[in-house]
Design a protein around this ligand. Structure first.
Ligand SMILES: Cc1cc2nc3c(=O)[nH]c(=O)nc-3n(C[C@H](O)[C@H](O)[C@H](O)COP(=O)(O)OP(=O)(O)OC[C@H]3O[C@@H](n4cnc5c(N)ncnc54)[C@H](O)[C@@H]3O)c2cc1C
Length: 399
């Protein structure tokens, strides 16, 4: 762990408690939760063990760690350390009510929702009673350019009426998902960045159809899923507008600052665990008469992984610190930089860990293959690498 951004005593204490909870309760539950998902009769249902773990985390006070200015009141820099700890397991952040997309959605509700909207949606999300999803990406348009988002939201009487398709809506397959934040066009005549708005749409509104779950390298991530949605005459009151009409682009930008840092810190935790697994395997697996660790290829894999993880960790902590001190705008370049660096680093480290584990590394017997699928997704989700590169480079070329 880097000494450049030392942990405060409070974060050190929380981190130690998280580590203990992770080792005693979360990591041992991974196999049982995976087995639940493998039973076709139980797919897309919630394992009771997950809800039990959430309750135990809540009883232990390890709950809602993420939201700056509420809950534990941690800064982004402080929370970054804890997100890294949780990132070691693909199931952990949900246990601690710190998982995407709910965290980003809660931040949006915290920042942009009215008191009534907060009471209806933010309170039960913070309590872990419901889940939510964020529907921006559309199959028909290049959605990395948010100005392309085109789902029409028209005004009719006192209502909004939504028609169209979304896809890759993470979490909308979850039976506990009660609300969608949907981005669509309410102001078709306005300039490109002022056309879209965000609207709160209860999941049980008539006219919403879950068309299908999408798979990432074969993983459907049940019971949360990444689904394609169809909206046919979906009607909600205009009071469900978030913030102001035409502010969809602005909200989308605001949502992604802390969210990107959280993803990156989790990836660092995941890569760190893969490195530890790699080291253990290299010490114990014997090939051609020697442990793999005595072979140059394993040593290079371990050494490079350690260097790359530490580089990414420092950059992410720097971005979190900049976000605390300078806000989303001031930290924009650093946030873009870690969004480019962390998923690539995690993919490289996980790939090496898979290689050292042999064919088993590709199988369900290790966490590595599922972790790789998740890390690879993050080279696209929350903005593809190239979009961040283009904006970083454009800024430099202008200067
Ligand atoms: C697992 C997963 C979960 C997701 N969850 C959600 C979610 O919950 N809600 C949601 O709304 N979306 C979600 N997404 C969608 C994701 O945000 C989009 O896929 C992403 O924004 C890219 O949009 P697109 O797929 O339409 O790619 P396109 O916009 O079609 O881009 C395709 C490619 O074009 C290239 N490109 C684009 N712009 C540039 C540029 N400026 N310079 C150079 N090259 C460029 C890039 O290589 C890019 O990958 C998720 C995606 C995945 C994989």
């Amino acid at each position: 762990m880097s000494g450049l951004f030392p942990m405060s005593d409070r974060v050190r204490g929380l981190d130690a408690r998280l580590a203990e909870f992770m080792d005693a309760q979360v990591l041992p539950a991974e196999a049982a939760l995976a087995a639940w998902d493998e039973d076709p009769a139980r797919r897309w249902t919630i394992p009771p063990l997950l809800e039990e773990l959430k309750q135990r985390a809540r009883d232990a006070g390890l709950w809602n760690l993420f939201l700056p200015g509420s809950g534990h009141g941690l800064s982004n820099l402080e929370y970054a350390r804890l997100a890294e700890r949780m990132g070691r397991s693909l199931i952990a952040s949900e246990v601690f009510i710190c998982s995407a997309p709910d965290t980003g959605n809660m931040e949006v509700l915290h920042q942009f929702a009215t008191a009534e909207q907060q009471e209806r949606w933010l309170a039960p999300l913070l309590a872990g009673e419901i889940r939510s999803a964020f529907a921006m990406t559309e199959p028909e348009v290049a959605s990395s350019d948010a100005t392309n988002i085109g789902l029409p939201i028209r005004r009719e009487g006192g209502d909004f009426v939504l028609d169209g398709r979304k896809w890759w809506t993470t979490g909308a397959g979850d039976p506990r998902c009660r609300v969608l934040i949907v981005m669509g066009v309410t102001e078709p005549e306005a300039p490109a960045h002022k056309r879209q708005s965000m609207v709160l749409v209860p999941m049980d509104t008539p006219g919403i159809e879950v068309v299908r779950p999408l798979r990432v390298f074969g993983y459907d991530d049940a019971p949360h899923g990444h689904v394609e949605l169809k909206f046919t005459g979906v009607r909600v009151p205009q009071a469900n507008l978030l913030h102001t009409a035409g502010s969809g682009f602005e909200i989308a930008q605001a949502r992604l600052g802390p969210g990107r840092i959280h993803h990156c810190m989790r990836l660092i935790g995941l890569a760190q665990r893969a490195l530890e697994a790699m080291v253990l395997r290299a010490k114990t697996r014997v090939a051609f008469g020697v442990p793999l660790g005595q072979l140059g290829m394993a040593q290079e894999a371990i050494a490079l992984s350690r260097c790359e993880i530490e580089q990414a960790r420092l950059l992410t902590l720097q971005a979190a610190d900049a976000l605390d001190r300078e806000g989303s705008k001031g930290a924009r370049d650093l946030i873009g930089m870690i969004k480019i660096v962390a998923p690539r680093m995690a993919c490289a480290v996980l790939d090496r860990a898979i290689q050292i584990h042999g064919a088993g590394g590709l199988s369900q017997d290790h966490f590595l293959a599922a972790a790789y699928a998740g890390a690879r997704s993050l080279r696209l989700a929350d903005g593809p690498d190239e979009v961040h590169m283009a904006s970083l480079a454009r800024g430099m070329l202008k200067g």
